[in-house]
Each structure stands twice: as structure tokens, then as C-alpha cells.
Ligand binder design. Structure first.
Ligand code: NAD
Length: 427
């Protein structure tokens, strides 16, 4: 595809800041769209940011106070939507970027949500289930006035899961005095969760990779895939790609990866990881660091772990044909131009990992109807959304002669801008 990119150099000091990465892409797309200055002023900032201090009685009997955030970025297209992340190093800047990405992501796949994100600074690996439950309930109670099915609908993100969502749903329901399943998505199926939600992000990655393969006339058995991360997105994505006949040659977790150019038996590797909590000692594969894994020669690279993995420092050595961004923000803005110069076809995060929020939308719809769909129906509707959004994006990029990431931002910003303009700015 012939493309042009407006060369707005990103100062190196800002490179690792995900909000700066998001903003430099936003600014580039806004400039190409010639976005009206009033709309630009409103859309470049979040709608609301809440910071909370969360006292938790630890198992030792002592109180520990944790810091948490919820950033609600935009409501123009519907209730805000976005996950909650538990991590020792989560920052408000990161949460702000993730909230904005949710706005653009929902707009790219055209689901009627705005964007939000939450985070709590904690080390979930060092906490008992009881401590995590108390942390989650108290955090939810601090958010009670600003979340809700019509306001802001949280979901799982890194280190939170179905259990976390069940606790939030229960806490919210206790305060509301009745059960409100649609306040969160990613719940257990028996508590109003959707069939297919757990696998949705990985399945969405598979669907867009399938489309890219069609575009480049490649077939799964001859396609070598490298996956960074083996959690909800990476692990399930690798499993589904393996089942679809792709040759997954490397996979990792936060401690490092394994590589076998002949292909890895993904179900066996994930079982090994589950049983031993590590890929170490997995037979028939070479051990390697995450940094090395990203540079393996392959056809499809799926970074599905965390932000800032592909930067100006290593982009030159990225050796894939297609980059399918399972994680949010795995590539810094400074790396974009390098990847483009190398001719790498990027399926940007705000499309590639949008399967999760798409099925979250289906879950919210099902909760509000009180009628639940079969898994085949969920997967088929997910496929319709991902395939249509991929093709729309490629067409848009070709029409406007821009790279796919810029096209995704332009499409999203244009949709949010249209709705904001039609609603009018309450100023
Ligand atoms: P997860 O906690 O289930 O898994 C994360 C994986 O990444 C684990 O294998 C972990 O070991 C690995 N990892 C963590 N830090 C790492 C590091 N510094 N280097 C290498 N590996 C590291 O999380 P997840 O839900 O799979 O989310 C992964 C990414 O996908 C995040 O960026 C998240 O925001 C994004 N995402 C998730 C969903 C979803 O539905 N879960 C949807 C859209 C986007």
C-alpha cells in the first residue's frame, strides 16, 4: 500500500510515556482531518479523572492504603467502557492513555461506547484472595457514583479477571439494593457473563490476522507466528491460531520465552506454564528473553503483553511482515515511522484487540435484555464486526493514502467528532 506519514518527530524523553504516544498519533490524525479547533480542544482531554485512596485490612490485621484511579475519557458515543488494571507500576498517565485508546477503539469497531480505564497500584501476586477481594470491593465502592450500566462499565484488564468483576458487580448491587449485572463485563457466565467473552480478544486477533493473510495471499500452515505474552490475549490468541493451523514458533510470559522454528505445541506449552508457572524446562524449545523474541524472523508478530515493547531502540530489528497488536500500546509513536519504512503491515491495537470490547458490548446488551446467546452466535457476530472493521480500515487507509495506524485514529476521531458536533458542546 502506498502511504504517507506526517513526520512529527517525538522527543525521545517522551517516548516511554503512553499518553504522549497516544497524543502524538491523535494530533497527526486531527491535523490530517483538519479537525475544528473547538472539537480538538474538547477531544484531546479526558472528561473526568478520579483518584482514590483505598484502605484495606490486610491478613496481618493492619490497614494498608492503596492508590487507585478511574479515568473517563469520552462519553460522546455512549457510556464509558474500559478495563481495570492491578499492577505495582500502574500510573495515572498510563491509565489516561488506556482510557483514550478505549474511546478510539470503540469508535473503530463502531460500538456505542466511550472510553475509560481504571488502575490500582498494588502487587496482586503478593496478596491473598481475601485481600484482593477487600481491595476490589472498597475500590468499587469509591467508584459507585460514577460507574453504572448507563455511565461507565468496567471490565478486566491485566491482573484482574472474572472473579474481580463478580466482586464489583456484587458490591455495586449491594449498594443499589438489587442485582445489576450490566455494571461490568467479563463476568462469570453464570452471573450474566457472555459466552465467548474470555476468548474474545484472542479470537478477534485471529480474525484480523486471517484477513491480513487473505490480503497477502498467505495460508496458515506456511505462516510463522510469534506471540509475546501468554495471558488472556496472548495465551488464548496463540491457542486459537494454533487450532486454526498457524505455525506458532515462539511464545513468552513476563519471565521470558521459548522458540522452536519448527513450531511449538501450544496446548502443551500453556499446560506446562499453568502447571509450573513458567516456560522454563519446557522441552524441545530454545529459551530466550522477551527482547530477543520480538526480533525473531516471522510472518506475524503479536505483542500481547504490555506497552512500549517496540520502540525506536528495536524497531529497526523487528523482522515480521504483519504486526498484529494484541496489547494496548505495544509500539511507541517514535517506532511508527521506522516500521512503516520497513514495509511492515501494522494492524493497530485499537483494531487488533477490539474483540474484547466488542463482546463486552454483546455482554452488556445480553444483560440488559436478560436473554443470552449461544457461543456460536457470539463468535459469528464478533467475526462480522472484526472483518468489516478491518476491511473498512484498509479501504480508508488506501483512500487517504495513510498508514493503517493513522487511518484507525482518523476513522475513530472522525466518528467521535461527528457525534460531538451533532450533540453540541455544552460550554
Ligand atoms: P494478562 O495479565 O492475562 O497477561 C499478560 C501477559 O503478559 C502475561 O503472560 C504476562 O506474563 C506477560 N507480561 C506482563 N508484563 C510483561 C513484560 N513486561 N514483558 C513481557 N511479558 C509481560 O493480561 P491480558 O488481559 O492478556 O492483557 C495483555 C494486553 O492486552 C494488555 O496490554 C491489555 O491492556 C491488552 N488487552 C486486553 C484485553 C482483554 O480482554 N484481556 C482486551 C484488549 C486489550
Amino acid at each position: 500500500m502506498a502511504t504517507t506519514m506526517v513526520e512529527d518527530a517525538v522527543p525521545e524523553a517522551k517516548e516511554a510515556n503512553p499518553f504522549e504516544s497516544m497524543m502524538s498519533r491523535f494530533d497527526r490524525a486531527a491535523k490530517l482531518l483538519d479537525l475544528n479547533s473547538d472539537l480538538y480542544a474538547v477531544m484531546r482531554v479526558p472528561n473526568r479523572e478520579l483518584k482514590v485512596y483505598i484502605p484495606v485490612r490486610m491478613d496481618s490485621g493492619r490497614i494498608q492504603v492503596f492508590e487507585g484511579f478511574r479515568v473517563q475519557h469520552n462519553f460522546a458515543r455512549g457510556p464509558a467502557k474500559g478495563g481495570i488494571r492491578y499492577a505495582p507500576d500502574v500510573t495515572i498517565e498510563e491509565v489516561r492513555a488506556l482510557a483514550a485508546w478505549m474511546t478510539w477503539k470503540c469508535a473503530v469497531v463502531n460500538v456505542p461506547f466511550g472510553g475509560a480505564k481504571g488502575g490500582v497500584i498494588c502487587d496482586p501476586w503478593q496478596m491473598s484472595q481475601g485481600e484482593l477481594e477487600r481491595l476490589t470491593r472498597r475500590y468499587a465502592s469509591e467508584l459507585i457514583d460514577i460507574i453504572g450500566p448507563e455511565k461507565d462499565v468496567p471490565a478486566p484488564d491485566m491482573n484482574t479477571n472474572e472473579q474481580t468483576m463478580a466482586w464489583i458487580m456484587d458490591t455495586y448491587s449491594m449498594h443499589a439494593r438489587h442485582t445489576v449485572t450490566a455494571v461490568v463485563t467479563g463476568k462469570p457466565i453464570d452471573l450474566g457473563g457472555s459466552r465467548g467473552r474470555r476468548e474474545a480478544t484472542g479470537r478477534g486477533v485471529l480474525f484480523v490476522v486471517n484477513e491480513a493473510m487473505k490480503k497477502f495471499k498467505m495460508t496458515p500452515p506456511s505462516t510463522r507466528v510469534v506471540v509475546q505474552g501468554s495471558g488472556n490475549v496472548g495465551g488464548i490468541g496463540a491457542q486459537l491460531m494454533h487450532e486454526a493451523g498457524y505455525k506458532v514458533i515462539a511464545i513468552s510470559d513476563m519471565h521470558g520465552g521459548i522458540y522452536n522454528p519448527a513450531g511449538i505445541d501450544i496446548p502443551a506449552a500453556l499446560e506446562h506454564l499453568r502447571a509450573t508457572r513458567s516456560f522454563e524446562e519446557y522441552p524441545n524449545a530454545e529459551r530466550m528473553s522477551n527482547a530477543e523474541l520480538l526480533e525473531i524472523e516471522c510472518d506475524v508478530l503479536v505483542p500481547a503483553a504490555t506497552e512500549n515493547q517496540i520502540t525506536s531502540q528495536n524497531a529497526e530489528r523487528i523482522n515480521c511482515k504483519v504486526l498484529a497488536e494484541g496489547a494496548n500500546g505495544p509500539t511507541t509513536a517514535a517506532a511508527d515511522a521506522i516500521l512503516q519504512r520497513k514495509g511492515i503491515f501494522v494492524i493497530p491495537d485499537i483494531l487488533a484487540n477490539a474483540g474484547g470490547v466488542t463482546v463486552s458490548y454483546f455482554e452488556w446488551v445480553q444483560d440488559r435484555m436478560g436473554y443470552f446467546w449461544k457461543e456460536d452466535v457470539v463468535n459469528e457476530r464478533l467475526q462480522d464486526v472484526m472483518v468489516a472493521s478491518f476491511n473498512e480500515l484498509v479501504k480508508f487507509a488506501e483512500k487517504h493514502n495513510v498508514d493503517t495506524r493513522t487511518a484507525a485514529y482518523m476513522l475513530a476521531i472522525d466518528r467521535v467528532a461527528y457525534d460531538t458536533r451533532m450533540r453540541g458542546i455544552y460550554a
